[in-house]
Structures are given as structure tokens and as C-alpha cells.
Design a protein around this ligand. Structure first.
Ligand code: NAG
Ligand code: NAG
Ligand code: NAG
Ligand code: ZN
Length: 473
């Protein structure tokens, strides 16, 4: 069974007259950011996606976007939210860990570790709130945390085993300016069945229907002219090689390497690993692993290629491992059963997500070249008319999508201020209404058990028992 979610929004009075579609309207419209986890850039090529096609005709479609490395869920989502590379925002893995106590928290429990997320980079929700905007988030990674003593005003954290079959009414009567929505598919299907499977194609059709439903509902309620929608994802998906002629990466089988030389490790998590050697063992571990498998990349943290921007942060352990596409990194023996994986080099085409945008501030029927997802943050700040925090992106990389060319809006603009007045008047009179229904028509409920723990993680019996959600999202 697959996830089928329909999200519907009714946002505010249908009585507003037509807005100006040209010139500077930036900061006057609402913004909805939707992430479909693991939606690879080319997933619309082998499936009919009428709603995504319509959205492209009416808006902007990018060839693809480049996520930051490490290409896994929480780190890449926090880049979307902050515009910072992972070494700068500090959400370096889906899992929290403490190398002294050996404690690990899996993806879900990590959502509630405030200090893990709140590491010096503010997500856009908080910045927007500080500048007078109202924000909401449904299930987006990072939603649960408190940042510098502030939380998102309206939020719902994804339940651990998300198996709603009811309609949930959400955001009713909320005057929200910025909302983020997150869907766990097609990632879960891509992991389980592989990116080339009929199941994944079916999941993409459901995404397409969801997009259609959201846009039709916005249209029906007279909202489309006041709502910018950005749809993207955190990373892509690649087929895992299987079969007898595949030489699996098993660290313990590499000559000269011993797990006993490690104080702490984070492996058996897809194609990526972090190692903390015991005192004095760094070079021994490094030399043993380097060249130990033709498809295994081994770096001392400080020697990581600069283009990956995954080196500087203190949370990154002294040895970083990643595999070539098709391979995963195992500690003792092969126990990962996923048919699809991500977490590979962000230059690998299979790791690239899609990007679409539509709304009053965007050009129509515009196809643009690729850009890095660090640039989504300054674009969103511009659309909301808020001042961004320090970030690694630039509006220069996306301003060609905008009707206004991203010029900053002059508050003295007459047309603009009168539009603002209309808005304010209506807001006071009727109140903005933002209503999101989430209709889950079917759901597998355990979508995150992507790796069935047949064997224990190296030396971590407790962890695997306590949380069978070892996964690489
Ligand atoms: C890890 O645990 C030790 C010992 O309890 C503690 O001193 C340290 O602050 C913890 N580190 C993190 C990152 O939580
Ligand atoms: C970020 O986390 C690191 C390591 O966990 C810690 O040493 C540092 O103080 C944190 N920085 C901020 C600004 O929270
Ligand atoms: C958060 O609140 C605590 C306790 O009220 C206070 O000590 C701290 O300075 C606050 N931090 C920030 C960043 O506002
Ligand atoms: Zn993901």
C-alpha cells in the first residue's frame, strides 16, 4: 500500500479583485513550500503528470536542482530552510549521536532534540515570524524544534507512525503568510521498490494528483492570484546493485581494518558513514580503509572535497566515508535490503531533486537551468518580503524566474501601497482564512521501516531494539 495524501487549502477571501501581475508585488503574497521527499528530477519522464505539466505551463520549471551533500532528508531540508550548506548549519545527519555515551537517536527522535537543530542558523519560519509574518508547518523536518526560544506558530509534527485515515482539518481560521508541507513519498516507495519500479511510478502519480488538488482548491477559492507555490524535494534516489557479482562494501572484511580501533561509528546507514577512531588510531584506520574497496571513498574530515561543503562542522567525525552510486556501506555484514538509496555525492544526477514554482510573482511557462538548493532560501525571503539571515545562496541565481526580476520593492510605490491597503482592509473585515485539509486515503503506516534490522548494528544492540527505524531517508 502506498501513501496517498491529498492536501487541500482554502486560504482567504475570494472577494479580492485581480492583483497586478507585473511589477513589484513581492512581499504581498502568501507562500507555500511543499517538499515531496525523494522526488528525483526526472520522475515525471516515465509517468503521466498532467498536473505538474500544467503547473510548468503556468509557472517555472527547473531542469533540476542540486542538493547539498550529505544528500539525506534532515540535512538537506534544513538547507532549504536556512540557505546554508550542511557544514554551516550543523544538521549533519538524520540521526543525533553522542560519541562519548554511544547514544544514538534515529530520525524521528532527533526531531525533538532542540540543540541539534538550533545550532546557530535560524530556519525561515522563525526569521519570518520575527519580521511580522505568520507561519505554519505540517510534518516538515525541523518543525518540532525550538529555535532561540521560538517555535513555529502553527505546527503539526509528523506522528511517528503516520497512519491517519481520517480527514484532518488544519490551519482553520489562521491568517498565515508562509506554510511548509512535507510528504514522505515518493521516498519511501523509492527505497522499498527502487526508483525504476512500477510502485515508484504509481507514487509519482499520487504526487501529481496531490499537486492538482492543491492548485484546484486554491483556484476555486480565488487564492491563486495571491499565493506563490514552490514544490521541490530534498534529494533523489538511485538503484542499489544486487546480485552475486556485486562486491559489497563490508568494512570488517577490509584487510588491516578493525572495528576495535573505533571509539564510535555511524555506518549501516545507506551509502554514507562517519567514524571516530580511538586515540592514536586515526592514521591506521584511514590507511586501512583508503583503497580498501574500489567503490568506497575515504576521507579525513579536513580533506573532504571543498565542493561538498561537508568538512568544517565540529559534529562531523574525523573520518568520512561515502560510496559510489549503487553501493551501500556495511559494518559487519550485509543487512541493508533497500532497493533504492540516496546519500551519494550531490554531483550524481540520481541525487538531484525537481523544482517547480507558480504564482503571481513567477513568470509563466519558463524553463530554467539547474541551481543549488541553497538558493531557495533567499528566493523565499524575497517572496515574503523579509530580510534574510546570513546564508550561502543568492537571489542572483533565481531572480530570472521572477516577474519583477527580484528588484527590491520600494515602499513608496503607490500601486503597491494601495494593494496593501486593500489587503489590510479585507484582513480586518473578514480575516484571512487558511484551511488545510489533509486527507490520507491510504497509508502504509510504517513507511519508515525501510531497513529491516535483521542483524544488529555493529555493537549497538540496544539502539536497534529500541528503534527499528534505521533508515536513510
Ligand atoms: C555527550 O555526553 C557527555 C557525557 O554525558 C556530555 O558531557 C556531552 O555534553 C554530550 N554531548 C552532546 C553533543 O550531547
Ligand atoms: C553547534 O554544535 C556544536 C557541537 O555540537 C557546539 O559545539 C556549538 O556550540 C553549537 N553552536 C551553536 C551556535 O549552537
Ligand atoms: C532563552 O530563554 C532562556 C530562559 O528564559 C534565557 O536564559 C535565554 O537567554 C534565552 N535565549 C535566547 C536566545 O533568547
Ligand atoms: Zn528524504
Amino acid at each position: 500500500m502506498l501513501l496517498a495524501l491529498s492536501v487541500l487549502l482554502l486560504i482567504f477571501p475570494a472577494t479580492l479583485s485581480a492583483p497586478v501581475r507585473d511589477g513589484c508585488t513581492t512581499g504581498k503574497n502568501k507562500l507555500l513550500l511543499i517538499s515531496f521527499d525523494g522526488f528525483r528530477w526526472d520522475y515525471d519522464r516515465d509517468v503521466d503528470t498532467p498536473n505538474l505539466d500544467k503547473m510548468a505551463e503556468e509557472g517555472v520549471k527547473a531542469a533540476y536542482v542540486t542538493p547539498p551533500f550529505l544528500t539525506i532528508t534532515s540535512p538537506t531540508h534544513f538547507t532549504l530552510l536556512s540557505g546554508r550548506y550542511i557544514e554551516n548549519h550543523g544538521v549533519i545527519h538524520n540521526n543525533w549521536f553522542n560519541t562519548s555515551t554511544q547514544e544514538k537517536k534515529q530520525y524521528y527522535m532527533t526531531q525533538f532534540v532542540d540543540e541539534y537543530w538550533d545550532n546557530g542558523s535560524l530556519p525561515i519560519w522563525i526569521t519570518a515570524q520575527r519580521q511580522g509574518k505568520k507561519t505554519g508547518s505540517l510534518h516538515f523536518p525541523g518543525t518540532a524544534a525550538t529555535y532561540q526560544n521560538e517555535t513555529i506558530q502553527v505546527k503539526e509534527v509528523e506522528p511517528r507512525f503516520y497512519d491517519h485515515t481520517d480527514e484532518t482539518e488544519w490551519f482553520k481560521d489562521q491568517d498565515l503568510d508562509f506554510v511548509t508541507l512535507y510528504f514522505g513519498d515518493p521516498d519511501s516507495t523509492g527505497h522499498k521498490y527502487g526508483p525504476d519500479s512500477p510502485e515508484r511510478r504509481e507514487a509519482v502519480k499520487k504526487v501529481d494528483r496531490t499537486v492538482g488538488y492543491i492548485r484546484e482548491t486554491a483556484e476555486k477559492h480565488g487564492l491563486s492570484d495571491y499565493l506563490n507555490i514552490i514544490i521541490t524535494a530534498d534529494h533523489g534516489m538511485s538503484t542499489v546493485f544486487k546480485g552475486e557479482d556485486v562486491k559489497e562494501i563490508i568494512l570488517n572484511d577490509i584487510p588491516g581494518f578493525s572495528l576495535k580501533d573505533l571509539k564510535f561509528h555511524m555506518v549501516d546507514y545507506g551509502p554514507f558513514g562517519l567514524l571516530l577512531p580511538k586515540e592514536g588510531m586515526l592514521d591506521k584506520v584511514y590507511e586501512a580503509l583508503k583503497g580498501g574497496h574500489p567503490n568506497l571513498h575515504v576521507y579525513k574530515k579536513e580533506d573532504m572535497p571543498a565542493r561538498l561543503h561537508y568538512s568544517k562542522h565540529p559534529r562531523i567525525l574525523p573520518i568520512v566515508l561515502y560510496a559510489d552510486p549503487g553501493y551501500v556501506i556495511n559494518g559487519f555484514y550485509v543487512f541493508q535490503t533497500n532497493k533504492g538509496e540516496h546519500g551519494y555525492d550531490n554531483e550524481v544526477m540520481d541525487m538531484k531533486p525537481f523544482f517547480r514554482a507558480v504564482g503571481p510573482d513567477f513568470h509563466r511557462n519558463l524553463f530554467v537551468g539547474p541551481f543549488e538548493t541553497v538558493n531557495v532560501y533567499p528566493l523565499m525571503c524575497h517572496l515574503l518580503g523579509i530580510k534574510p539571515e546570513i546564508n550561502d545562496g543568492s537571489l542572483d541565481n533565481t531572480r530570472h524566474m521572477l516577474i519583477s526580476d527580484g528588484e527590491s520593492c520600494d515602499s513608496g510605490d503607490v500601486r503597491e501601497s494601495s494593494l496593501q491597503n486593500v489587503f489590510n482592509g479585507l484582513a480586518a473585515a473578514a480575516g484571512f482564512l487558511l484551511l488545510v485539509f489533509v486527507v490520507v486515503t491510504s497509508y502504509n503506516g510504517y513507511k519508515r521501516c525501510k531497513i529491516t534490522p535483521k542483524a544488529k548494528d555493529i555493537g549497538d544492540e540496544h539502539e536497534m531494539k529500541a528503534d527499528s527505524k534505521q533508515t536513510s531517508f
